[in-house]
Design a protein. Structure first.
Length: 264
């Protein structure tokens, strides 16, 4: 029997989602460890995607296979045993051939930036102190991203993939100049390694005029290459929505709703 587990996590203290041989502090390893304790045997968790070290997920989906229906409240047991920075919202029975990763029709990431120091945003938004940005230029750069199909120039390790094509269905920038905050949001059928953080990095470079809009366009068209591509910091990034054609997930995270206030 297959179950989707709808959850969220604060990624600050973890080395990303995916299990790694040289560390025990990944979300997958923590969850698999708790599931194995509950069921007294190894249980593998298959995630809807990979998040980097320090990246958050306000909506995440994994699936597990069980021999029989849970006799106890699995949501309750997981929340009781998991750390405070991982929360399970729902455990949902699905068809045995439905896959949390391959059946996802879209994923949305949100990245938050602030340039006025605020102690309550630390850890959930990236501070660029006293940043001066040209928002019109940045919006033009966002439009370039919206029309891009091949994101090879904005991938940390493009040779890992058979192709680097992504279908962008939404890409937008929201700015609150008075409060010194912005949100970049992007929705696609798939994302490549480091793609969103590189998008944000180049948007900020365009906004501060460190690179021209034309140079950014040339990069996206793969007419030029830049040897030094530094992704934006991970703490402002959230995997914020996963959609499936056969399942409607409730947007359960209060934090992401608060962060979006004034930036919608």
């Amino acid at each position: 029997m297959r179950y989707f587990i709808h959850l969220a996590y604060k990624g600050t203290n973890y080395s990303g989602w995916q299990r790694q041989e040289n560390t025990a502090d990944t979300i997958q390893q923590i969850i698999e460890g708790k599931l194995s304790l509950i069921y007294k045997k190894k249980v593998t968790a298959y995630g809807c995607g990979r998040t980097d070290a320090g990246v958050h997920a306000s909506q995440y989906v994994l699936h597990i296979d069980l021999d029989e229906a849970p006799s106890l409240d699995l949501k309750f047991l997981l929340n009781k045993n998991l750390p405070e920075d991982i929360a399970v919202y729902a455990v949902l029975e699905v068809a045995d051939d439905q896959h949390s990763r391959y059946d996802a029709s879209s994923r949305t990431y949100d990245y938050f930036v602030h340039w006025k120091k605020d102690p309550f945003l630390i850890g959930y938004s990236t501070l660029y102190d006293d940043l001066s940005l040209d928002f019109d230029l940045m919006r033009e750069a966002v439009a370039l991203l919206s029309s891009t199909k091949d994101f090879r120039p904005l991938c940390k390790q493009p040779d890992l993939y058979n192709n680097t094509l992504c279908r962008i269905t939404n890409c937008a920038l929201f700015v609150d100049e008075q409060r010194g905050r912005l949100r970049f949001t992007i929705t696609s059928n798939r994302f490549l390694r480091g793609m969103v953080r590189l998008c944000v990095s180049f948007l900020l470079q365009v906004g501060t005029r460190k690179i021209s809009l034309e140079k950014f366009s040339q990069l996206l068209r793969q007419e030029i290459e830049l040897n030094h591509k530094r992704p934006a910091l991970p703490n402002g990034l959230f995997l914020s929505r996963i959609t499936y054609p056969f399942l409607e997930l409730e947007d359960s995270s209060n934090l992401i709703k608060m962060l979006k206030l004034g930036l919608e």
